[in-house]
Design a protein around this ligand. Structure first.
Ligand SMILES: [Fe+2]
Length: 424
């Protein structure tokens, strides 16, 4: 098998709200006893976390990454409760079963208490959040600079940069000076009326809170990346999206104030980068093809009560990242929680050796036959002179998939079950 590393990406948890959700049940017949309905319904967030726990038991994951928004509307007690829930339900952090697992959590705009955010220092609003993390035995959140985590297996390496996109949240400094006082006064007056819950919801959901990365975060990302070994795959991870989303939003600050700064710096690195985020409660995968030739792949996780993503990176035997498989775990209409159709994104463009005789022979056979089974391609590799036919065949097929020349069906079942089709 070609070397691969797997990552779990979990979106916004919003535990205080999602813990109350029931599964969608067809409840036309009200005569069913309440107890039976409750038992069938079982909360979706519990189902999702049970599956995450099973994954951690069965497999070796390089990272478990949470995209922030653990709380609702800046409720600190909700944040503390969610952090404890993560640690206990998944057995993470100091003294627990998966203590050694590399866990990354970034703050979300809903984790920021607005009263604390209005205090003079930018960091004050993160103090109770960090305290909650420490109390639960979990690693700290990134605040003014990136937190780097790395994982190495043989020649393959991933470096994760945890970034705080909420540095600006609730801090008036990002509102233009000429309007600042008036806007802050207007927000305060709307929020302190107390009776108007709609204003608070609107404040947290429509980002009138000016989300932004700090200067040190952007600087730290660039400097940190420049010191990494060339073959390592960089994964940047923050709560907010860096591309505007499909739902048009009428708000003074609809998106991250300086998302362009991060996007531009990541694009200039000349190496593939994955940017993982949450926030939008949807799950698009968007690719920015940069002029330096390497893609910037933006992967969003849905709200955690809807599922999570398994991101698998396939490397060449020499340890260069080749392709990225995204496997969404979601609820089907029937309520069953399962893996959905995988998506493959080529990330190795231009950074590997030219195709050898085995790749050419296998591709010729696929074009001639249109679709081929594993066994046929193995004999083809043997005829072309491969010494380790199975590994050579797998590498050839991953290369051809990464170049979008073929598609592999049943990829998740293991290579013996692969059916490969030409995309011509
Ligand atoms: Fe959220």
């Amino acid at each position: 098998m070609l070397p691969r590393l797997r990552i779990l990406q979990v979106g916004d948890v919003h535990l205080a709200r999602t813990a109350k959700l029931g599964l969608k049940l067809d409840e036309k017949d009200r005569r069913f006893p309440l107890e039976l309905r409750n038992r069938m319904a079982g909360g979706p967030i519990k189902t999702v976390f049970r599956r995450l726990h099973q994954f951690l038991e069965q497999d070796d994951f390089a990272f478990l990454l949470f995209m922030g928004d653990l709380a609702e509307q800046g409720d600190l007690n909700g944040f503390r409760a969610c952090v404890r829930y993560l640690a206990e339900a998944l057995q993470l952090g100091k003294g627990r079963r998966f203590e050694a697992l590399k866990v990354g959590i970034v703050p979300g705009n809903h984790d920021i208490d607005r009263v604390l955010a209005a205090k003079p220092s930018y960091t004050t609003k993160f103090t109770p959040l960090q305290q909650a993390m420490t109390n639960a035995g979990l690693p700290l959140l990134p605040v003014d600079k990136p937190i780097w985590l790395d994982h190495q297996k043989g020649p393959c390496r991933i470096d994760v940069a945890l970034l705080n996109s909420c540095w600006g949240c609730g801090s008036p400094e990002y509102i233009p000076e000429e309007f600042r006082d008036e806007i802050v006064k207007a927000i305060n007056s709307a929020l302190t009326k107390g009776v108007d819950e709609k204003a608070t919801r609107s404040y947290y959901d429509r980002q009138l809170d000016t989300p932004a990365f700090s200067k040190n975060t952007v600087q730290g990302l660039v400097e940190g990346a420049s010191k990494l070994p060339g073959g390592s795959l960089i994964i940047a991870c923050a709560h907010h999206n860096i591309l505007p989303q499909r739902l048009p939003r009428l708000a003074p600050y609809t998106e991250l104030v300086n998302s362009g700064a991060i996007r531009s710096e990541l694009s200039k690195l000349g190496r593939p980068v994955l940017y993982l985020h949450g926030h939008i409660h949807e799950d698009p995968v968007e690719i920015i093809q940069t002029s330096a030739g390497a893609p910037l792949v933006c992967i969003s996780a849905p709200e955690a009560s809807e599922g999570f993503n398994v991101v698998e990176i396939v490397f060449t035997p020499a340890g260069l990242p080749l392709s990225c498989y995204i496997e969404p775990w979601r609820f089907a209409e029937s309520g069953v929680f399962a893996a959905m159709q995988r998506q493959v994104i080529p990330i190795g463009a231009g950074r590997r050796r030219p195709p050898n005789a085995v790749v050419v022979a296998i591709y010729q056979q696929i074009i001639a036959e249109q679709s081929c089974f594993w066994g046929d391609m193995m004999s083809c590799a043997q005829k072309a002179g491969a010494t380790h036919a199975a590994d050579a065949t797998e590498e050839a097929l991953e290369l051809l998939t990464a170049d979008q020349l073929v598609t592999i069906e049943h990829h998740e079942l293991g290579r013996e079950h692969w059916l490969v089709r030409s995309r011509l």
